[in-house]
Design a protein around this ligand. Structure first.
Ligand code: FA5
Length: 352
């Protein structure tokens, strides 16, 4: 038994000198000193075969060896722990002298959003509500409700994307075909039906047309619709509001001119132009050498639209306008090509 104990002692010392991590060290400890199946317990089980004094003597010796080996174990464990902490600290330490990592550039607002926000603030300050309307619109609201009947030639002015399927009947129990809205004007009828008169509102939003695109025309364009309906509204109110907008955007020296234009939902209708701020009126590619740029359509609301929305045109009058938001942005920032705005080109976008 004594020999067994010596063998165990030597083996333990040899094995522990070869162990390099704490997990293996604990496994080793269990192998030798586990109460149930450790090699030391196996030796101690034989103790009962010894008699009196010999048993006492061997028990004492075994305990001495055990505590000596446990001391070696504890010391080795301490060394290994220190080593592992050292590794962790080394891995996790922060070098405060290191130069800072370059931070990803933050996003920013698109120029169309900047001008839209600016206009929303301006119109709100004049008592207008800011509303929203659907991009997938019904034929009824896009055309019929604003006085463009099914066979009306004015439909040709806006080459339209029709979508399969029909509206299921919303505000007006409308079952007409779907279209991608060609302008924001359907919201004239939607707003009048919902809020009635008096009404002062704008609706900014995206519109879609089957355009042959060029420097001034896009298939996906932004407009800002506006409408005022009240008693005793006349053309000078319309002119005043649109001049305020033009001067707010482009400066007090900006000139606005109105020329007659046909829109079925207004009478009289006008097309509004401002002096081209790119060439200061001398003529360039964007204003087609005319010195003027068309930025809105407008006019006095047609009595048919007022009637269609359940109001009496003898009692209420009003005006409506539709700005081409992309065109407003082009003029404000001197952009001579509309298509760059939705190109996602960072060289362009990072300028704003
Ligand atoms: C309309 O869309 C009318 N709904 C505007 C209106 C509203 C008139 C209320 C009267 C009363 P028009 O098709 O002219 O009208 O477009 C209005 C503005 O949108 C134009 O002045 C122009 O600035 C802009 N626009 C029109 N088509 C495009 C296009 N393809 N790309 C970029 N801008 C466009």
């Amino acid at each position: 038994m004594k020999q067994q104990l010596e063998k165990l002692e030597q083996e333990f010392k040899k094995s522990i000198s070869e162990v390099n991590d704490i997990l293996k060290l604990d496994e080793l400890y269990q192998r030798f000193f586990s109460r149930k199946s450790g090699e030391m317990s196996e030796i101690m089980k034989n103790l009962k075969e010894l008699s009196g004094e010999a048993r006492k003597e061997f028990g004492k010796l075994a305990n001495q060896v055990k505590s000596e080996l446990e001391e070696i174990y504890t010391k080795r464990k301490g060394e290994l722990q220190q080593h592992e902490w050292g590794n962790i600290l080394e891995k996790e330490c922060i070098d405060i002298t290191q130069p800072k990592l370059s931070v990803e550039p933050k996003g920013h607002l698109h120029p169309i959003t900047l001008v839209q926000n600016d206009l929303e603030d301006l119109f709100t300050s004049m008592g207008f509500m800011v509303l929203d309307g659907p991009e997938l619109e019904s034929d009824y609201y896009n055309f019929e409700a604003v006085n463009i009947t099914a066979t009306h030639p004015a439909r040709d002015m806006q080459d339209t994307f029709y979508i399969k399927g029909h509206n299921q009947g919303d505000v007006s129990n409308d079952q007409s075909p779907w279209v991608m809205r060609t302008h924001t004007s359907p919201n004239q009828a939607r707003a009048l039906e919902k809020y009635g008169a008096p009404l002062r509102m704008i609706v900014p939003g995206r519109c879609f047309r089957n355009e042959a695109t060029d420097a001034r025309h896009e298939h996906t364009l932004y407009q800002v619709e506006g409408m005022v309906i009240d008693k005793d509204i006349n053309f000078s109110h319309l002119k005043a509001v649109l001049e305020v907008v033009a001067k707010h955007l482009y400066g007090q020296e900006t000139l606005v001119r109105f020329r007659p234009k046909y829109y079925p939902f207004v009478e009289p209708g006008v097309n509004g132009e401002v002096t081209c701020s790119l060439c200061k009126g001398s003529g360039c590619r964007v204003c087609k050498q005319s010195g003027w740029l068309e930025i809105f359509g407008a006019g006095m609301t047609h009595p048919n639209v007022i009637k269609e929305c359940g109001l009496d045109p003898k009692e209420y009058q009003g005006f409506a306008f539709g700005f081409g938001l992309d065109r407003l942005v082009m003029l404000k920032y001197g952009i001579d090509e509309i298509r760059v705005m939705k190109s996602g080109d960072l060289k362009f976008l990072n300028q704003f």
